[in-house]
Each structure stands twice: as C-alpha cells, then as structure tokens.
Design a protein around this ligand. Structure first.
Ligand code: PEP
Ligand code: MG
Length: 763
C-alpha cells in the first residue's frame, strides 16, 4: 500500500496541470481501491461551492458542472465536519442530495474524506460502491493518508495551474497571487529576474533563447566537456573496477548521446528555450519517469540522470552561460533561496525587490534585505519560480504577497502606496539631524546593525550613534574561503574608522543555523539546536583567534571596538572566549601594537541565558539581546520556516516577559543592556523596550528614522503606561492591536503600516 501511495503521489506531482493531476488521482485511487467510483470535488472561491472536478465512474458530462454548496449533500457534510464520512448506504442518509446528471443513484456505499491544506478544506475525495457495505478500516486509512498527502500537491497545482494554462505555454493569468511572508516592508513593481544557485538544476528558470545557435553551442560545448570528464574518470578507474561497473561509464556516455538526452535538449532549444532551461525540462521529465518505476535498481538511476544534468549545468555556468547578464532597471530578484552572494550580483541601483521561495521573515536573507531597504517577500512556497523569469511582478512586502502579471488596476493601487511611502520617507529625512529624545527629555541612543559594506554609508547618513551589531559572518558568506587575517583586518577597519569615536560592536563569527559558508558546510538534522555561533568558534580557536586579532589590529588608534559573543548558553563559554580574547590581546601587545582593551559583551539569545542574565552580566561589560533567536527558541518556532511564520511573534507575552527579566537582572550589575534584534527597529516595539529600561536600541538603518520619529512623538511616561497596559494582555494579537491603536492615538499611525487590509487582489 505504501508503495502504491508513493507512486500515486509522485505521478500527481509530475502532472503539468491541475486537471491532469486530478484525473490521475481519481484513476489511480479507483484502481487501487477497486471501487466503482472515485471523484474529487474542489472548492471554488468564486461561487463558494464544491465542484466535481474529476471522476472515474460517474457520468463524465457531470464533471465541471455538478456543484454543491457546503451545506448540500453528504459531500457538504464532509466539508462541514472536516472529517471522513463512511456510509453503508448514502441514499438513506438525511443529508443525501440527489444530483441527476451525476448518475449516482446506483451507488450506495460512500466514503468521503476532506482534503485539508493549512486548515482549509480544499475539497473532498470520494469513493463509492454499488453494494451496500461500509468501507473497512484499512480502506478508510488509505484514503485519509492519500488525501493528506495530496492536499499540498493539489494546493500547489491550484496556484500554479492558475498561472500556466497547459505545460509551459507561457500564458499567464492576470493578477495571479502567491502568498508568502513579509520580509522587508515596502512595495515594488518591476520585472522578475530568476537566479538559480550554481549547479541547482531544479531552480533554473525557463527563458526564451535570444539566439538559438548560441544556446546550442553553449550546450554542445558543455556536453563535450562532461563526456570527456566521464571518459577520463572511467579510464583512471579502469584498473580498479569490475567489468560491470566499468560498463556504467558507457551507460552514462550513452545517456548523453544525441539520440538520448542530448537530442531532446537540442530539440527544446530549437523550439526556443535557452540551454539551461531546456536541460532542466528534459532532466526533470526523465527523473520523474525513473522515480516512478517499480524496480528499485531502475529507480536509483534517477540519481544518475540528475547528476549528469547537474554536471552539464555546472559546465555551462562555468562558461557564464546561465546567469542573466542584463538586469532591467526595475529588477525584482527571485530565487529559491536568496543568498548574500546573489545580492552582490545585481547592481544596487537596479535592485528594487526580492522574492525568496524559501525562508521566512526572520531569516538572515530577510534581515539583510531590511538593512538594504529593499522590499522583500519570503517563503512564497507555491511560486513556480522557474516559470516567471522576465514577467511583470508586484511585490507587497507588508502583507507578504506577490502578484504575477498584475492588471492595470492592481498597478495603480500599488503605485498610490509607493507614492505614500515616498512622502513618508521625505518627512523622515527632516529629523535626520535631530536628537533621539522623547518629548519629556529622555534620551534613547539609536545604534545600527551592519553587515554589508554599503550599510556604513547608509547608517551614517541616517544619523546612527554607534554600531550595536556588526554581523561579521556576512563578509565570510560572500567570500570563497575563510578570509585571511589581513583581509579581515581591512574590512573591519572599514567599519570602525567611519564611526570613530562612536562605538562599533563586532560580533564574533556566528555561523550555523541558516547561515552557512559555502566552503565550510555544516550539515545537521537540527541546525538551530546544533553547532552554531560560539559553539563553532570555541571548537575552532584558530578561526576565533584570527578573527579577534584582526578586530583588535583594525581598532588600533581608533579605540572604539567592542567585541560581542553570539549564542552563549553557559558561563563557561564566556570564560573560555574571554580567555582567548585576552590571549590575542596580549600577543598583539607583545608584538608591539598599541591597543586599548575592548569592551566585551554577550548576546542573550537562548532561554538558558535569560535565566543566567545576572551571572553573565558579572563577567562582561555589556549585554545585548538577540530577540530574533530568543523568540525562535522561547516559542520553539523555527525562524526560517514559513509554515510556522504565524506563530513567530516577538509580541508573545512570554517573549516580552523574558525581555523585561533580562534588563532588570542585568542592570543590577550596572552594565549597559542593549537590544539588537529586529524588534528594536519596530516603532511600537521600541516604545516598549524604552519602558522596560533598555539603554540602547540597535536596528537596521532603514528603520532608524521611523523609530526616531516615534520616540520624538511620545513621552517616556506614555511608554511606561503602554507597557503596563500590555503586560496584562494574554495574547500576541491583543498586544499588537493594542500597540497599534495606541500609536494611532499618539499621532504615530503613519509609522505602523503592517499589513494592507484592502486591495484589489484580496480574497
Ligand atoms: C538575533 O538573534 O536577534 C540577532 C540579532 O542575531 P541574528 O539575527 O544575526 O541571529
Ligand atoms: Mg542571533
């Protein structure tokens, strides 16, 4: 049964349209369960009815016509109860609804299970039989499992089916809407440029060939290189391989023959597709076929084909044939997963938006996007990225939505918002040089978080009073190898010098979790709970010491360096790291450097640290709260997973409680307590943090003017009052809506645009 299930799901996955997918489902389930009828009803948002979309066994003319309201018939009952209904004879059930054109009258036994995706009933999967009998438990279990597995596939097919009519015919529906998660606020109207990471065949977009001959040439060239690599490897291993293993190399070469894969790829290029897209289409089609085979040996061959495809793609990429060279003036970069290196590929002045299929609002890609002030939508899991290259997009970074091929009406709606945004930005420019102080005189230092080289100029331009977090892993992520001590020293100096004498807080390398280095991969089942941050660098003192030495040398003569340790969960880690820092310091002094001892601080990012805040505070000069990770760990919600993005919320009462606890505890040791998580950059959040007693708020430079504007518009007393009201509330929703209404009362409503509540595409 399991095998059958797997095969059906795979086959459905491979279907190119929703109709094809549904037909496969009914045909296969009908056969697997040996029933007289198998049908699928799907919800139609326009009529709010459930429509018979495919059937094996009912009158074919009824398909597409029979439509039931959620209160109609036994199918309606399944929807209403959102659970299976198993009847010996449906015709005697009180809810039975006779639909003449379906020809149901001869069927008695009925089993209907809901198809549920993300809590919504998408439809109902029904099997029926002529005899009067109850379907047995194993049949019910099969159908329930089938439906649970198919729900995601159907949901995906529904949205992608909305975009493409027929396989790759390039016809795109107007205003096709894809939901994701808000990444960076703002709106962008522009042209999609889809970038695939190196050697990721599945992410290669479809694209029209500009010059078919050039594309053919690229492909043939790459193919020849791969063939020759295979021959070389085959020859060099000839001595050690048995005959049959040796024969595998011949099989690979044959697969690449003109009358096999290569021929098919060329055919598609001749049909107008660029070479990488043609390669992806052919390889995917073959992989799907192999994966559906019964024979485990043949099934395994899918891996070989994937590998061959990847090799040919790599060769093409090495020759520079697979990244778009022309970026339009209004580029919206779309990728499976946005990386810092990709951001560097697009000229900054042309980049107006980012869309990432993976990741969530607090993934590091989103944080970087926020610091660059580029509207971003993350986690648009249903977006058929390979099909939208060069299409027109609207990106709504407030509500986390992307529209493909927007209508004129939609464009005009979003153009109005763009204009509003511009006005707000202009208004905020006016307070650039004014102090960050409440109306009753409380000074709130606003610092910035940096990472990219461009952050420095932007931050200074927006009146930053220091750097509360320099994410040193960002330059590491862009580099090809671990940067040398001198390279690090040079890039750190570029951060320290422009800010001097203002403090610059450099965080030691914080890799792991969703921040991986291409040259130092960390593969773990559970990376957020694994080898991250200080855990990695304490295990690799050579990396840690080089970095600390580079920081110290870079600070020579400036004396504005602060060193901060990430992901600390025990005092032992602090003691060990401080010992290493002291060692690097004395070595450098011995070598003749003229250095001032830097302040050392720790981040509080894990629940254990919350409860040891005081013990930590005794050992360091300052504490900075990383509310992004703290929220993730306190709420047990992966900050990168769009599925649980709704649960990730810094305004959860438990998070606010923890934030208060940390500052109260740490202040007893008379040290500075700052916060550098994204919450500090939210105007409403900033007011709460001020009331809690945070000494410094550190945020991305884009948000700094908004936060300053909020601070200048309230009194400290109002902040304290707001906090006292909020602590009595029990849910994040209540807290957030209370903050929003209070902000409006304070006259700060313009700063709180979170989600657009009405627009033409809202369903
Ligand atoms: C945090 O976790 O809040 C933080 C500032 O660090 P990062 O987002 O880089 O993990
Ligand atoms: Mg963190």
């Amino acid at each position: 049964m399991l095998d059958m299930l797997r095969k059906i799901v795979q086959e459905v996955n491979a279907a190119s349209t929703l109709t094809a997918a549904l037909n496969i489902i009914v045909r296969r389930v009908h056969r697997a369960m040996k029933t007289n009828v198998c049908s699928v009803y799907l919800y139609d948002p326009k009529t709010e009815n459930y429509v018979l979309m495919a059937s094996e066994g009912l009158n074919p003319n009824a398909v597409g016509h029979v439509s039931l309201s959620p209160s109609e018939g036994v199918v309606g009952k399944v929807v209403d109860r959102a659970e299976p209904i198993n009847l010996e004879d449906a015709s005697v059930h009180p809810s039975y609804h006779y639909v003449m054109e379906a020809g149901e009258e001869e069927f008695h036994a009925f089993l209907g299970v809901p198809i549920i995706h993300q809590r919504k009933v998408l439809g109902v999967l029904v099997v029926q039989q002529k005899t009067r009998r109850r379907f047995d438990e194993s049949e019910e279990a099969f159908l329930v499992t089938m439906s649970a597995q198919l729900a995601g596939v159907i949901a995906h097919a529904e949205v992608t089916g909305g975009i493409t009519v027929g396989p790759n015919d390039g016809h795109v529906r107007n205003d096709a809407k894809f939901d994701g998660v808000a990444g960076a606020q703002g709106v962008a109207i522009g042209t999609a440029v889809v970038i695939a990471p190196l050697a990721d065949l599945d992410a290669v977009p479809d694209q029209d060939a500009e010059d078919i001959d050039v594309e053919l040439e690229h492909f043939r060239h790459a193919l020849e290189k791969v063939r020759s690599d295979i021959r070389v490897v085959g020859r060099s291993l000839a001595q050690r391989l048995k005959g049959e293993e040796q024969a595998l190399f011949d099989v690979y070469l044959r697969m690449l023959d003109d009358n096999a894969l290569a021929g098919e790829v060329e055919e598609r290029i001749n049909g107008g597709q660029w070479a990488p897209g043609a390669l992806r289409q052919v390889i995917q089609a073959h992989v799907q076929q192999f994966e559906m085979m019964d024979d485990p040996y043949l099934r395994e061959r899918a891996t070989d084909i994937k590998d061959l495809g990847r090799r040919v793609l790599s060769k093409m990429q090495q020759e520079g044939a697979s990244t778009p060279v022309n970026f339009p003036e209004d580029t919206i970069l779309v990728a499976e997963e946005i990386t810092p290196a990709m951001l560097g590929e697009v000229p900054t002045e042309k980049l107006i938006g980012l869309v990432s299929v993976m990741g969530s609002g607090n993934s590091h890609a989103a944080i970087l996007a926020r610091s660059m002030g580029i509207p971003t939508v993350m986690g648009v899991v249903d977006l058929p990225a390979t099909q939208i290259h060069s299409k027109q997009l609207i990106l709504d970074g407030y509500s986390g939505r992307v529209f493909v091929n927007p209508s004129a009406e939609m464009c005009s709606f979003y153009n109005d918002i763009l204009q509003e945004e511009q006005q707000l930005t202009k208004g905020l420019e006016a307070i650039r040089d004014l102090p960050s102080v409440t109306v009753d005189g409380r000074v709130v230092p606003l610092w910035v978080n940096t990472g990219l080289a461009t952050d420095v100029a932007l931050s200074l331009d927006r009146g930053a009073e220091g750097v509360g977090l320099y994410r040193t892993e960002v330059p590491f992520m862009i580099s090809q190898f671990f940067p040398s001590e001198t390279e690090q020293q040079i890039s750190y100096r570029k951060q320290l010098e422009p800010f001097a004498p203002r403090a610059v807080t450099m965080r030691t390398l914080d890799i792991g979790g969703d921040k991986s280095l291409p040259y130092f991969p960390i593969e773990e089942e559970n990376p957020s709970l694994g080898w991250r941050g200080i855990r990695v660098t304490l295990d690799h003192p050579e990396i840690f010491l080089v970095q600390v030495r580079a920081m110290l040398m870079a600070s020579e003569g400036l004396d504005n360096l602060r060193i901060m340790l990430p992901m600390i969960s025990t005092v032992t880690e602090i003691d060990e790291a401080v010992t290493l820092i002291n060692r690097a310091f004395s070595e450098l002094v011995d070598e003749g450097h003229d250095l001032v001892q830097p302040e050392i601080g720790v981040m509080i990012e894990v629940p254990a640290a919350v409860y040891q805040a005081r013990a930590f505070a005794k050992r360091v000069d300052f504490i900075s709260v990383g509310s992004n990770d703290l929220t993730q760990y306190l709420l047990a919600v992966d900050r990168n997973n769009p599925r649980v993005a709704d649960l990730y919320n810094v305004y959860h009462p438990a998070v606010l409680n923890a934030l208060q606890h940390i500052v109260t505890e740490a202040h007893q040791e008379n040290i500075q307590v700052s916060i550098c998580g994204e919450m500090a950059g939210d105007p409403g959040g900033a007011l709460l943090l001020i009331a809690m007693g945070y000494d410094v708020l550190s945020m991305n430079s884009t948000n700094l003017p908004r936060v300053k504007s909020a601070i200048r518009g309230v009194s400290y007393e109002q902040c304290v009052q707001l906090l006292s009201e909020v602590v009595d509330l029990e849910t994040q929703e209540q807290i957030q809506s209370h903050i929003t209404s209070k902000m409006t009362e304070f006259g700060l409503g313009r700063l709180t645009r979170q989600v657009l509540s009405v627009h033409p595409g809202k369903h």
